[in-house]
Design a protein around this ligand. Structure first.
Ligand code: SAH
Length: 392
């Protein structure tokens, strides 16, 4: 097996189970290596540190095992089984009012480069590393064996998530079973998920608990859901008894999905209205119409070098919300950008509050749900940050 030798002192993160080897930490590579190969990583005194997938780029190796084991079917089966057992322990398997959850959360499940979301019988797999993509057949077999009769289909959604220069030809498509009607249940609410054409794996499973919380603040309120996508927050606001709900998303497709999901859950949809417009434009002039505002923008910053620009984006939308929300209003504000830390986010929301001159209190500090478990040694897995604020 090809070996990767680290520079002196660069073994520390791996000794603490951080699963990434950056290109700058590597002293030399002994042997031939292709993208996706399993390589063994050693410190500069040739002590074994871990086995991982090699890939060209800043993250050169993603560790899949910190012990010297054979990477075979048993290895992958064991990992998938562990992820499943944990979901069972969390109460997601056969839950009465929920059949959508994340089954594998990459580094959070010690499976860097792999995401699997479960949608009422269909597992949507998304590969983010070449090595994981090459392990696909074994992973599919492991999924089938683990989920058994709970599994009706597997869809691979990796066409856009793998490095385009790698010598692989990812194609979206069914690896097992076939298309279903795509209707799932989340806390008793129905959602139509289009994993074939939708964003990410089709649904933002990670906002489940936060959407549920919104229902508690919605009774008789006027609610604005900005960056609504499938209308998740809007459905919960409707269920919570809001008197008026407005959903905003720049994508026409997203707005269509929102309208469908509202209609799927409520016979009378007259309390809901949707707008396919740009959020920055919409927020310019909302006056003091809304008691509750939800801001759940896409990851404005995907890379560290655009962090500053992203923070400006968060500042702009939050300032607009603070300036115009009704006195006594509630703002749900989020960032799902991995490179924006909890502190960065809180500081930027603080700045926006200060610019508006309103008195603001933090009621809830939100994060991702348990099926998006955070690997304590990999702080980057904590990507979703949210604040629920009371604005005087
Ligand atoms: N809140 C959603 C997830 C939001 S994802 C949920 O609970 O499922 C972010 C959404 O923002 C996407 O649907 C995207 O189409 C939309 N979006 C991106 N840029 C936008 C802009 N400038 N104005 C309005 N919507 C935008």
């Amino acid at each position: 097996m090809t070996t990767v030798i680290l520079k002196s002192g660069k073994d520390q993160p791996l000794l603490r189970f951080h699963p990434w080897v950056f290109s700058g930490a590597i002293k030399k590579i002994k042997g031939e290596v292709k993208e996706g190969d399993v390589v063994a990583v050693y410190d500069n005194k040739e002590t074994f540190l871990g086995l991982g997938h090699y890939q060209i780029g800043s993250i050169t190796v993603r560790i899949i095992s910190f012990t010297e084991v054979e990477i075979n079917y048993e290895f992958w089966k064991n990992k998938i089984q562990k992820a499943y057992d944990l979901r069972k322990q969390m109460g997601y398997i056969d839950a009465e009012n929920n059949n959508v959850f994340r089954l594998v959360h990459a580094e959070g499940d010690n499976l860097p480069g792999l995401i699997i979301d479960f949608y009422n019988g269909t597992a949507v797999m998304q590969f983010h590393s070449v090595g994981m993509f090459l392990a696909k057949d074994l992973l599919v077999q492991a999924l089938k064996e683990t989920l058994d009769n709970k599994l009706e289909a597997i869809y691979d959604k990796s066409e856009k998530t793998l490095p385009f220069k790698a010598d692989i030809q990812p194609k979206n498509g069914y690896l097992f079973g076939e298309k279903s009607n795509g209707i799932v249940t989340e806390y008793g609410h129905k959602f139509k998920i289009n994993w074939e054409e939708g964003q990410k794996t089709g649904f933002f499973v990670d906002q489940r608990e936060n959407r549920k919380l919104l229902a508690n603040y919605s009774k008789d309120k006027s609610v604005l859901n900005v960056f609504g996508y499938t209308g998740g927050f809007s459905v919960y606001a409707m269920a919570g008894g809001a008197k008026e709900i407005h959903s905003v998303d720049s994508s026409e497709k997203a707005i269509k999905l929102t309208d469908e999901n509202i209609a799927l859950n409520f016979d009378d949809t007259s309390r809901h209205k949707s707008f396919a417009v740009d959020a920055f434009e919409f927020l310019k002039d909302i006056d003091n119409k809304y008691d509750v505002i939800v801001l759940d923008p896409p990851a404005f910053a995907k890379h560290r070098n655009v962090l500053h620009k992203a923070l400006q984006g968060y500042k702009r939308i939050n300032t607009r919300a603070f300036e115009q929300i009704k006195p006594g209003g509630i703002l749900f504000t989020f960032s799902c950008s991995q490179v924006v830390s909890k502190e960065n986010f809180r500081n930027i929301v603080f700045t926006a509050a200060a610019i508006s001159g309103r008195k603001v209190r933090i009621l809830h500090q939100l994060t991702q749900p348990t099926d998006h478990a955070i690997n304590i040694y990999h702080p980057e897995s904590e990507y979703l940050k949210g604040l629920v604020l009371h604005v005087e």
